[in-house]
Write a protein that binds this ligand. Structure first.
Ligand SMILES: NC(=O)c1ccc[n+]([C@@H]2O[C@H](COP(=O)([O-])OP(=O)(O)OC[C@H]3O[C@@H](n4cnc5c(N)ncnc54)[C@H](O)[C@@H]3O)[C@@H](O)[C@H]2O)c1
Length: 363
């Protein structure tokens, strides 16, 4: 069978690459979406210095896990006050990048509820207007800079929407590890585990192919080796660079496969139990590895390139890795009973992402 891999994002990587913003935005009006701590860290001033008069609009009150409750007013203000910007630059973690992805999809009326109504249909649509997106991640995790997806949360109604259109692929991704040096320990771990989850989920996935596998294996090896070291040495530039590249590779892998069961489980754990995304989608990885193993020979061979041939050893290795990062690996650790966990897993198998899992047919 022929494999196809498609990723249209013009990707720049390396220390100092943020300054490429200057040549990428020549002659344009741009808006900036940036994480709240950035001003205190001097990053807003630095970007203002790079862009000068081109920077006409700034949103810096981005909250973790963009929620409809806050997005509505941000979106409507943006389309009222910054409709003439050609490009939106997102500098931040997945929350800033996903916020920017929601902003660039313009509705006819400029109202956010019109966008939500379109998302609620679950079908692709042609937006009335849109803007180009440049994404510069400041966490090594989500891979959102090289994927078309944005997760929009509605915690009030215990729901989430997935935005995915041709225009939500970033035009350019700038991965500058220097931006990640200020990420605190907890976020470094949870985002790094999100990246590990992306890589593994792309392997135990019905959409996997040799190209995505190649990105995934390389990302997993790097994360297993680097993340525990980085946790103990947060200002180590080389480790930050390696994790930035690993998260990018994991992002490339799942940009073509989407995620699978661990992510499907995570949505319930985030909505019901408030677990941060990176922990919610990684604490079940040893369990899901066990469910994947033996489902498909080719998938087993790929997993075994990383973990060796014995499942019990592989699961123990993954559990020990998570425990060393202070992440607990059982549902009961999060107050979920065994019966409830079974229900969550069964429900997650039937979700859109759960159906990508190689074991979902057998379940
Ligand atoms: N679109 C995708 O493909 C995709 C994939 C995975 C996750 N997500 C989404 O991404 C969001 C989570 O993103 P995240 O895990 O990167 O976390 P985040 O963006 O919420 O950031 C976590 C915290 O770290 C802070 N922060 C970010 N960069 C920093 C820096 N350089 N220095 C200091 N503090 C910094 C943020 O302000 C925030 O308080 C969720 O909404 C999730 O649904 C999207």
């Amino acid at each position: 069978m022929t494999a196809r891999f498609h990723n249209p994002v013009d990707t720049r990587y390396g220390y100092g690459s943020l300054k490429e913003l200057v040549s990428l935005t020549e002659g344009q009006n741009v808006a900036l979406v940036i994480f709240p701590e950035a001003r205190g860290l001097g990053l807003v001033d630095r970007i203002q210095g790079l862009l000068g008069d081109r920077l006409v609009y700034i949103i810096e009150d981005v909250q973790p896990n963009p929620d409809v409750a806050q997005l509505r007013s941000t979106y409507e203000r943006f389309w009222r006050d910054a409709a003439d910007c050609e490009t939106v630059i997102a500098v931040g973690g997945g929350s800033a990048i996903d916020t920017a992805k929601a902003l660039i999809v313009g509705t006819e009326t400029g109202t956010f509820d019109e966008l939500l109504a379109l998302l609620a249909t679950g079908k692709a649509f042609e937006p009335a207007r849109s803007k180009a997106l440049i994404a510069a991640p400041t966490t090594a995790g989500t891979g959102s800079e090289v994927t078309p997806w944005a997760t929009i949360w509605d915690s009030g109604s215990q729901k989430k929407y997935s935005l995915h259109l041709d225009c939500t692929w970033p035009k350019v991704a700038i991965i500058d590890p220097e931006l990640m040096l200020t990420v605190p320990a907890g976020v470094t771990v949870s985002t790094g585990l999100d990246a590990l989850s992306h890589a593994l989920e792309s392997i135990w996935n019905i959409n996997a192919n040799p190209v995505s596998d190649n990105f995934a294996i390389s990302a997993i090896r790097d994360i297993l080796e680097c993340l525990p070291q980085l946790y103990r040495d947060l200002s180590n530039k080389e480790l930050r660079s390696r994790m930035a590249l690993a998260a990018l590779k994991a992002g490339m892998a799942f940009s073509n496969t989407k995620t699978a069961l661990a992510h499907s489980i995570s949505y319930e754990m985030t909505l019901r139990y408030g677990l941060p995304h990176g922990i919610a989608c990684s604490f079940t990885l040893p369990l899901v590895l066990g469910l994947a193993w033996g489902q498909d020979e080719a998938r087993d061979r790929t997993l075994q390139q990383v973990f060796g041939c014995d499942l019990i050893t592989a699961q123990s290795q993954l559990r020990a890795f998570l425990h060393a990062l202070q992440v607990k690996t059982e549902f009961t650790d999060y107050g979920v009973s065994a019966k409830e966990a079974e229900e969550i897993i069964a429900f997650a198998m039937q979700g859109a992402r759960g159906k990508n899992f190689i074991g979902s047919q057998a379940a």
